[in-house]
Design a binder for this molecule. Sequence first.
Ligand code: IPE
Ligand code: IPE
Ligand code: MG
Length: 257
Amino acid sequence: MSLVKEINKSQLPQHIAIIMDGNGRWALRHGKDRIFGHHQGVESVRVVIETAAELGINYLTLYAFSTENWERPDEEVAALMGLMVQSLNDETDTLLKNNIKLSAIGDIDRLDEDVKKRLFETIQVTSVSTGLNLVVALSYSSRWEIIKAVKQIAGEVANGSLEINSIDQSLFDHYLSTKEIPDPDLLIRTSGELRISNFLLWQLAYSELYFTEILWPDFGKEDFYKAIIQFQKRERRFGKTSEQISEKKCNDGEKSF
Ligand code: IPE
Ligand code: IPE
Ligand code: MG
Protein backbone atom coordinates (compact mmCIF):
# COMPACT_ATOMS: atom_id res chain seq x y z
CA MET A 1 0.00 0.00 0.00
CA SER A 2 1.31 3.43 -0.89
CA LEU A 3 2.28 5.97 1.74
CA VAL A 4 0.95 8.77 -0.44
CA LYS A 5 -2.35 8.85 1.47
CA GLU A 6 -0.46 9.78 4.65
CA ILE A 7 0.75 13.01 3.09
CA ASN A 8 -1.13 16.14 4.08
CA LYS A 9 -1.53 17.89 0.73
CA SER A 10 -2.23 21.22 2.41
CA GLN A 11 1.14 21.22 4.21
CA LEU A 12 3.59 20.27 1.52
CA PRO A 13 7.11 21.62 1.67
CA GLN A 14 7.36 24.40 -0.87
CA HIS A 15 10.95 23.58 -1.72
CA ILE A 16 12.73 20.23 -1.43
CA ALA A 17 16.48 19.97 -2.01
CA ILE A 18 18.22 16.63 -2.46
CA ILE A 19 21.86 15.55 -2.13
CA MET A 20 21.73 12.51 -4.38
CA ASP A 21 24.53 10.41 -2.94
CA GLY A 22 25.64 6.79 -3.10
CA ASN A 23 25.86 5.88 -6.78
CA GLY A 24 29.45 4.66 -6.44
CA ARG A 25 28.73 2.45 -3.44
CA TRP A 26 25.61 1.10 -5.10
CA ALA A 27 27.72 0.04 -8.09
CA LEU A 28 30.38 -1.52 -5.88
CA ARG A 29 27.75 -3.58 -4.07
CA HIS A 30 26.48 -4.84 -7.41
CA GLY A 31 29.97 -5.68 -8.67
CA LYS A 32 29.92 -2.90 -11.27
CA ASP A 33 32.01 0.20 -11.88
CA ARG A 34 31.08 3.62 -10.49
CA ILE A 35 29.87 4.89 -13.85
CA PHE A 36 27.28 2.13 -13.98
CA GLY A 37 26.03 3.44 -10.64
CA HIS A 38 25.61 6.93 -12.08
CA HIS A 39 23.58 5.53 -14.99
CA GLN A 40 21.41 3.70 -12.52
CA GLY A 41 20.92 6.90 -10.52
CA VAL A 42 19.25 8.61 -13.48
CA GLU A 43 16.11 6.53 -12.96
CA SER A 44 15.82 7.79 -9.37
CA VAL A 45 16.17 11.34 -10.68
CA ARG A 46 13.30 10.70 -13.09
CA VAL A 47 11.16 9.27 -10.29
CA VAL A 48 11.67 12.15 -7.83
CA ILE A 49 10.98 14.75 -10.51
CA GLU A 50 7.81 12.97 -11.55
CA THR A 51 6.70 12.51 -7.93
CA ALA A 52 7.39 16.12 -6.98
CA ALA A 53 5.38 17.29 -10.00
CA GLU A 54 2.48 14.94 -9.19
CA LEU A 55 2.35 16.13 -5.59
CA GLY A 56 2.41 19.78 -6.58
CA ILE A 57 5.76 20.69 -4.99
CA ASN A 58 6.83 24.14 -6.22
CA TYR A 59 10.63 23.80 -6.14
CA LEU A 60 12.91 20.79 -6.36
CA THR A 61 16.67 21.36 -6.26
CA LEU A 62 18.93 18.44 -7.15
CA TYR A 63 22.64 18.45 -6.32
CA ALA A 64 23.99 16.79 -9.45
CA PHE A 65 27.67 17.79 -9.45
CA SER A 66 29.68 19.79 -6.94
CA THR A 67 32.67 22.07 -7.48
CA GLU A 68 34.69 19.45 -5.60
CA ASN A 69 33.47 16.69 -7.93
CA TRP A 70 35.69 18.22 -10.68
CA GLU A 71 38.57 16.56 -8.78
CA ARG A 72 37.26 13.06 -9.53
CA PRO A 73 39.00 10.91 -12.17
CA ASP A 74 38.69 12.42 -15.66
CA GLU A 75 36.71 9.49 -17.02
CA GLU A 76 34.14 9.72 -14.23
CA VAL A 77 33.72 13.46 -14.78
CA ALA A 78 33.35 12.88 -18.54
CA ALA A 79 30.77 10.12 -17.92
CA LEU A 80 28.76 12.36 -15.59
CA MET A 81 28.76 15.19 -18.13
CA GLY A 82 27.78 12.78 -20.91
CA LEU A 83 24.97 11.49 -18.76
CA MET A 84 23.75 15.01 -18.16
CA VAL A 85 23.60 15.71 -21.93
CA GLN A 86 21.92 12.37 -22.62
CA SER A 87 19.32 12.88 -19.89
CA LEU A 88 18.49 16.36 -21.15
CA ASN A 89 18.20 14.99 -24.71
CA ASP A 90 15.88 12.24 -23.55
CA GLU A 91 13.78 14.17 -21.04
CA THR A 92 13.28 17.70 -22.36
CA ASP A 93 9.99 16.81 -24.09
CA THR A 94 8.70 15.11 -20.94
CA LEU A 95 9.67 18.10 -18.79
CA LEU A 96 7.74 20.36 -21.11
CA LYS A 97 4.76 18.01 -21.29
CA ASN A 98 4.62 17.95 -17.46
CA ASN A 99 4.82 21.75 -17.24
CA ILE A 100 8.23 21.61 -15.50
CA LYS A 101 10.60 24.55 -15.73
CA LEU A 102 14.33 23.87 -15.55
CA SER A 103 16.95 26.23 -14.19
CA ALA A 104 20.55 25.75 -13.07
CA ILE A 105 22.72 27.07 -10.27
CA GLY A 106 26.49 26.80 -10.13
CA ASP A 107 29.61 27.76 -12.05
CA ILE A 108 28.09 26.91 -15.43
CA ASP A 109 30.97 28.58 -17.30
CA ARG A 110 33.19 25.70 -16.23
CA LEU A 111 31.09 23.19 -18.18
CA ASP A 112 32.09 22.03 -21.65
CA GLU A 113 30.42 23.82 -24.55
CA ASP A 114 28.21 20.87 -25.51
CA VAL A 115 26.88 20.50 -21.95
CA LYS A 116 26.30 24.23 -21.63
CA LYS A 117 24.53 24.38 -25.00
CA ARG A 118 22.24 21.46 -24.17
CA LEU A 119 21.49 22.86 -20.72
CA PHE A 120 20.63 26.33 -22.03
CA GLU A 121 18.41 24.81 -24.73
CA THR A 122 16.35 22.91 -22.17
CA ILE A 123 16.19 25.95 -19.89
CA GLN A 124 14.96 27.99 -22.85
CA VAL A 125 12.45 25.41 -24.09
CA THR A 126 10.94 24.86 -20.62
CA SER A 127 10.88 28.55 -19.69
CA VAL A 128 7.17 28.66 -20.63
CA SER A 129 6.28 26.09 -17.97
CA THR A 130 4.36 27.21 -14.91
CA GLY A 131 4.42 24.04 -12.75
CA LEU A 132 7.33 22.51 -10.83
CA ASN A 133 10.52 24.56 -10.78
CA LEU A 134 13.34 22.08 -11.19
CA VAL A 135 16.72 23.48 -10.19
CA VAL A 136 19.84 21.53 -11.03
CA ALA A 137 22.96 22.37 -8.99
CA LEU A 138 25.79 21.76 -11.41
CA SER A 139 29.40 22.64 -10.78
CA TYR A 140 27.91 24.15 -7.64
CA SER A 141 29.33 24.79 -4.22
CA SER A 142 27.98 27.07 -1.58
CA ARG A 143 31.30 28.65 -0.68
CA TRP A 144 31.90 29.45 -4.36
CA GLU A 145 28.48 31.07 -4.50
CA ILE A 146 28.99 33.08 -1.29
CA ILE A 147 32.42 34.34 -2.35
CA LYS A 148 30.98 35.39 -5.71
CA ALA A 149 28.23 37.33 -3.94
CA VAL A 150 30.72 38.97 -1.56
CA LYS A 151 32.93 40.09 -4.46
CA GLN A 152 29.97 41.60 -6.27
CA ILE A 153 28.75 43.41 -3.16
CA ALA A 154 32.28 44.66 -2.34
CA GLY A 155 32.64 45.92 -5.93
CA GLU A 156 29.40 47.86 -5.71
CA VAL A 157 30.33 49.36 -2.34
CA ALA A 158 33.74 50.34 -3.75
CA ASN A 159 32.26 52.08 -6.80
CA GLY A 160 29.68 53.86 -4.66
CA SER A 161 26.57 52.20 -6.11
CA LEU A 162 25.77 50.37 -2.84
CA GLU A 163 25.56 51.74 0.68
CA ILE A 164 27.30 49.59 3.27
CA ASN A 165 24.38 50.06 5.67
CA SER A 166 21.92 48.67 3.18
CA ILE A 167 23.57 45.24 3.37
CA ASP A 168 21.19 42.93 5.19
CA GLN A 169 20.01 39.33 4.83
CA SER A 170 17.49 40.00 2.12
CA LEU A 171 19.98 42.05 0.10
CA PHE A 172 22.56 39.28 0.44
CA ASP A 173 19.96 36.74 -0.73
CA HIS A 174 19.60 38.76 -3.86
CA TYR A 175 23.26 38.28 -4.82
CA LEU A 176 23.08 34.48 -4.63
CA SER A 177 22.29 32.24 -7.59
CA THR A 178 19.14 31.19 -5.71
CA LYS A 179 17.83 34.76 -5.59
CA GLU A 180 14.40 33.94 -7.00
CA ILE A 181 14.06 30.67 -5.12
CA PRO A 182 12.65 30.33 -1.59
CA ASP A 183 14.91 28.58 0.94
CA PRO A 184 14.49 24.80 1.06
CA ASP A 185 11.97 23.58 3.63
CA LEU A 186 13.30 20.05 3.46
CA LEU A 187 16.77 18.72 2.63
CA ILE A 188 17.11 15.02 1.86
CA ARG A 189 20.47 13.26 1.70
CA THR A 190 20.75 9.62 0.69
CA SER A 191 23.53 7.07 1.34
CA GLY A 192 23.87 7.50 5.10
CA GLU A 193 26.39 10.35 5.03
CA LEU A 194 25.55 12.93 7.69
CA ARG A 195 26.96 16.06 6.10
CA ILE A 196 26.04 18.94 3.84
CA SER A 197 29.06 18.78 1.47
CA ASN A 198 29.10 22.48 0.56
CA PHE A 199 25.45 22.59 -0.53
CA LEU A 200 23.27 25.68 0.02
CA LEU A 201 24.94 26.60 3.32
CA TRP A 202 23.22 29.97 3.56
CA GLN A 203 19.85 28.79 2.29
CA LEU A 204 19.60 25.74 4.59
CA ALA A 205 19.69 27.85 7.77
CA TYR A 206 16.23 26.68 8.88
CA SER A 207 15.59 23.69 6.61
CA GLU A 208 14.51 20.38 8.09
CA LEU A 209 17.20 17.77 7.44
CA TYR A 210 16.33 14.21 6.51
CA PHE A 211 19.00 11.55 6.14
CA THR A 212 18.44 8.04 4.86
CA GLU A 213 20.76 5.05 4.48
CA ILE A 214 19.25 4.23 1.09
CA LEU A 215 21.73 4.62 -1.77
CA TRP A 216 20.57 7.00 -4.47
CA PRO A 217 19.85 4.40 -7.21
CA ASP A 218 17.55 2.58 -4.75
CA PHE A 219 15.66 5.73 -3.74
CA GLY A 220 12.11 5.48 -5.04
CA LYS A 221 8.67 7.04 -4.82
CA GLU A 222 7.78 5.55 -1.43
CA ASP A 223 11.10 6.70 0.05
CA PHE A 224 10.33 10.19 -1.16
CA TYR A 225 6.86 10.03 0.41
CA LYS A 226 8.45 8.82 3.66
CA ALA A 227 10.71 11.88 3.80
CA ILE A 228 7.78 14.22 3.25
CA ILE A 229 5.69 12.46 5.92
CA GLN A 230 8.58 12.77 8.37
CA PHE A 231 8.90 16.47 7.48
CA GLN A 232 5.22 17.00 8.23
CA LYS A 233 5.68 15.59 11.74
CA ARG A 234 8.34 18.14 12.64
CA GLU A 235 7.64 21.38 14.43
CA ARG A 236 9.53 24.23 12.77
CA ARG A 237 10.16 26.82 15.45
CA PHE A 238 12.55 29.28 13.76
CA GLY A 239 14.02 30.18 17.14
CA LYS A 240 10.66 30.69 18.83
CA THR A 241 9.06 28.58 21.56
CA SER A 242 6.73 25.72 20.91
CA GLU A 243 3.93 27.69 22.62
CA GLN A 244 4.39 30.63 20.27
CA ILE A 245 4.20 28.31 17.30
CA SER A 246 1.00 26.59 18.41
CA GLU A 247 -0.53 29.97 19.29
CA LYS A 248 0.17 31.18 15.77
CA LYS A 249 -1.30 28.00 14.29
CA CYS A 250 -4.41 28.54 16.40
CA ASN A 251 -4.77 32.15 15.28
CA ASP A 252 -4.22 31.23 11.64
CA GLY A 253 -6.82 28.49 12.06
CA GLU A 254 -9.33 30.94 13.52
CA LYS A 255 -8.75 33.35 10.66
CA SER A 256 -9.71 30.74 8.14
CA PHE A 257 -13.18 30.30 9.70
C1 IPE B 1 26.58 10.77 -6.03
O1 IPE B 1 27.13 9.49 -5.88
C2 IPE B 1 26.80 11.34 -7.40
C3 IPE B 1 27.76 12.44 -7.46
C4 IPE B 1 28.40 12.94 -6.44
C5 IPE B 1 28.01 13.02 -8.75
P1 IPE B 1 28.65 9.27 -5.54
O2 IPE B 1 29.40 9.11 -6.84
O3 IPE B 1 29.19 10.29 -4.65
O4 IPE B 1 28.59 7.87 -4.82
P2 IPE B 1 29.44 7.40 -3.55
O5 IPE B 1 29.24 8.43 -2.49
O6 IPE B 1 30.86 7.30 -4.00
O7 IPE B 1 28.85 6.07 -3.19
C1 IPE C 1 27.82 15.52 -2.74
O1 IPE C 1 28.23 14.20 -2.80
C2 IPE C 1 27.69 16.08 -4.11
C3 IPE C 1 26.62 15.53 -4.95
C4 IPE C 1 25.73 14.65 -4.57
C5 IPE C 1 26.56 16.05 -6.28
P1 IPE C 1 29.76 13.79 -2.63
O2 IPE C 1 29.82 12.31 -2.74
O3 IPE C 1 30.59 14.55 -3.60
O4 IPE C 1 30.08 14.29 -1.17
P2 IPE C 1 31.22 13.86 -0.14
O5 IPE C 1 32.51 13.92 -0.88
O6 IPE C 1 30.91 12.45 0.27
O7 IPE C 1 31.10 14.80 0.99
MG1 MG D 1 29.29 10.46 -2.65
